[in-house]
Every structure is written in structure tokens, then in C-alpha cells.
Design a protein around this ligand. Structure first.
Ligand code: PMV
Length: 388
């Protein structure tokens, strides 16, 4: 048996963050900052996890895992747990690694790995031993879906190891949206990645893992007050270049979301008309990125740029920008760059996204990168809509 090599992308919310909480559609796409995973077989009866970015180096004896807590079929065979969290199992794994600090990414990553390992391996009489190593060039905790990319990698590697899915690109790194992957296999990986996200986050919406597994772009609408939501894959999206700039300013998603809800109560007319405008932007983005609008490449990039500027202004109105984000907006929109930038995700810090047109000169790009670095930010040049 040889190594299994997998990778999965992070995501950016391109349009509709915050408004999405209140039932407006959001559009998110994959970015080619990725998590990489290698599952290497080993000949002892140990399972190990190594995540150098989080200082995780953990090893467990397979026979010491709490297998007895997994649900058992009448015929005595273990069954794969329903795609629901199993509280006693989770508690057992937690005590196994002697900490309850799930909010700590180092602990959360171990819990998610062990949980998936146990439930996916439960079908086999002999759970395979192995070492899973994960590394990532996604900034952690910056709203780019680093945990979903990690979850997608574990789910794919374990499902491949157990032959629940095939890698059509034999001997090569596995891509969950590569040629030859069946829709059923994509859904299977997504279901397990979502389960891992639940271990890591408690109550995720599922948009991050949906984008990480499928790649490309999706439109997501939350069900709010009787109105039905849904997830639509935007096929036919061709990649565009994006500059992602990390402000390194920590943000608190929960309080920013609460701030918008409070503003809506205080100024309902203003906030609701802002939400309506954001819905129009998301609708147009869905058409453009889903390939239904049949516009030329130049027009596509031009419209996306205009909508980025407009959506950012709406987020300023909602009160979720930050001086560091406004510095990036000013620097990128100034001469000679004339580029459009918006915050992405929760705002209040985190990351900004700047659309880079195809014909943007390399020399100007270099100068923009140094300008942003000199301001203390970290720009990452990336592509949108990359494979899952
Ligand atoms: O911080 P992120 O990228 O996970 O995004 C938060 C997005 C919000 O719309 C602000 C909140 C949400 O739950 O959708």
C-alpha cells in the first residue's frame, strides 16, 4: 500500500456576507490557497496525526480507541454512524486526548481527525493504521475556510483508504472535483467533511465544506422564517485573479453579526434597503459566475469589479468595516492601480479581496504587493474558482 495524497481549497465569500444571515443570497468561491494531506500506511497498530502548523503531533493505539461506543448492527458488524454527532463518542474521544478545549484549533483538529477515523473505519473489521499529515498555506482564523479544507482532506483520504471512493487519477493527488469523480462520491466526501466541521465548529452553515469539496463557485441562501434556502453550484465559472490581503487584525464574527442585527432593529429601513441592494448584487453575480449571462471576459471582470466596490460600501453602511480594511481599499483604488476591493467574511479585520484584471501589468502588481507589505499587511495572489 502506498501513500494517499489529497488537497482541498479554502473559500472566500465574494458577495453577500452578513446579509446572508438574514436570508439574502451569498456567493462564495474556492481560492487556490490549499490544505494538503498525506495518509501514509504503517505496520504497527497505531494511528497518528501530524499538523506542524498547529504544533500537533499525536499518536493513538488503535485497540485503545473507544470502539465499543460505536453503534453496532444486529449481526454484530459495526455500522457507520449516522451523519450526526454522537455525543458519547465525542465525549470519549475528548477524554482520550485529555482536554475539553475544542475551541483550540490544535485540539479541534485532533478531535475531528479521530472522530472521522473511528466512524469511517467502523465498517472494517481491521481499521488500517497510518499517519495523516496535514499542512496548509491558508491563514488560520482569517475567514478563509482553513478548517473546511482540512476536513475535506481528512474525509477524502480516509474514504480512499477504505475504498469507499476511487481515485480515477491513479497514483496522482486526489481532487474531489477532478474528472471521473461521480456526484455520489462528491456528496459522500461533503457529508463527512461537514461532520468534521461540526466537530470543529458546532453549528456551521455548510457553505465552507461545500465550496472546498466542489471547487468553483456556489450561491448559498439560508432558510429564514419559512422562506426556503438552498445551495446552487455555479457551473461554467472561469477563474479570475484575486489578491487576498490579510490585515492580521483579529475579528470576532459573533459580535460583528450581532452588531448588524442590532443596527437592523435600530434602523430597519436603512438596513433592509441595504439588504435588497446586496440581494441584487448576489443575483447578478450568480448569473455571471454561473455562465448564464453569456457576457465576454472583459465585461465579466468589469462588472465583478463594480459590484465589489458597491458591496463593500454596503458593508460599511452595516458597520462591519475596519480602519485596516479601509486602508487597503484606499491603497488599491488609488492611481495608478484603480482596483476594486472589499472585505470578505465577517469584516472588522480579517481579509480584504481585490480583483486583478487579466491585463493588469506585472510591474504594477509588484508595486501594489510592496505597497501593501509596507503597510504591514500580507497579500496573497490567488485564483478563484479552482478545483475542489
Ligand atoms: O468569517 P467567515 O468568512 O466565516 O464569514 C462569516 C460570514 C458571515 O456572513 C458574517 C456570518 C455567517 O455566518 O454567514
Amino acid at each position: 500500500k502506498s501513500d494517499i495524497v489529497v488537497s482541498a481549497p479554502g473559500k472566500v465569500i465574494l458577495f453577500g456576507e452578513h446579509a446572508v444571515v438574514h436570508g439574502v443570497s451569498a456567493v462564495a468561491t474556492s481560492v487556490d490557497l490549499r490544505c494538503f494531506g498525506v495518509l501514509s500506511p504503517r505496520s504497527d497498530s497505531k494511528v497518528a496525526l501530524e499538523v506542524p502548523d498547529l504544533n500537533v503531533e499525536a499518536e493513538w493505539d488503535i485497540s485503545a480507541l473507544p470502539w465499543n461506543l460505536l453503534p453496532v448492527h444486529i449481526d454484530g458488524s459495526r455500522r457507520v454512524a449516522d451523519k450526526e454527532l454522537d455525543p458519547p463518542l465525542l465525549a470519549a474521544i475528548e477524554s482520550l486526548i485529555t482536554s475539553n478545549d475544542v475551541a483550540n484549533p490544535a485540539i479541534g483538529s485532533q478531535l475531528a481527525f479521530l472522530y472521522l477515523y473511528m466512524v469511517i473505519s467502523a465498517k472494517e473489521s481491521n481499521a488500517p493504521s497510518g499517519t495523516f499529515t496535514a499542512s496548509s498555506n491558508l491563514p488560520i482564523g482569517a475567514g478563509l475556510g482553513s478548517s473546511a479544507a482540512y476536513s475535506t482532506c481528512i474525509a477524502s483520504a480516509l474514504l480512499l483508504a477504505h475504498n469507499h471512493i476511487d481515485n480515477p487519477a491513479l497514483g496522482e493527488s486526489f481532487s474531489s472535483s477532478g474528472p471521473g469523480i461521480s456526484p455520489g462520491d462528491t456528496d459522500l466526501i461533503d457529508g463527512w467533511a461537514f461532520l468534521s466541521e461540526k466537530v470543529l465548529h458546532g453549528n456551521p452553515s455548510g457553505i465552507d465544506n461545500a465550496v472546498s469539496v466542489r471547487g468553483g463557485a456556489v450561491s448559498f441562501t439560508r432558510s429564514v422564517g419559512g422562506r426556503k434556502g438552498g445551495l446552487e453550484t455555479l457551473n461554467g465559472f472561469s477563474s479570475v485573479r484575486l489578491l487576498l490581503t490579510d490585515t492580521h487584525v483579529p475579528r470576532d464574527t459573533k459580535s460583528l453579526v450581532a452588531g448588524v442585527a442590532a443596527k437592523r432593529l435600530a434602523e430597519p429601513a436603512l438596513v433592509d434597503s441595504t439588504f435588497d441592494s446586496i440581494q441584487s448584487i448576489s443575483d447578478e453575480a450568480r448569473g455571471l459566475l454561473g455562465g448564464q449571462s453569456h457576457v465576454g471576459r472583459d465585461r465579466l471582470v468589469h462588472r465583478l469589479s463594480a459590484m465589489i466596490t458597491e458591496n463593500h460600501q454596503h458593508l460599511v453602511t452595516l458597520g462591519v468595516s475596519h480602519p485596516s480594511l479601509e486602508m487597503i481599499v484606499s491603497a488599491t483604488s488609488a492611481e495608478p492601480f484603480n482596483l476594486s476591493t472589499k472585505l470578505t467574511g465577517a469584516g472588522g479585520g480579517g481579509c480584504a479581496v481585490t480583483l486583478i484584471p487579466d491585463d493588469f501589468p506585472d510591474t504594477e502588481l509588484d508595486s501594489l504587493l510592496s505597497t501593501l507589505r509596507n503597510m504591514g499587511f500580507t497579500p496573497h495572489l490567488t485564483s478563484l474558482g479552482v478545483p475542489g
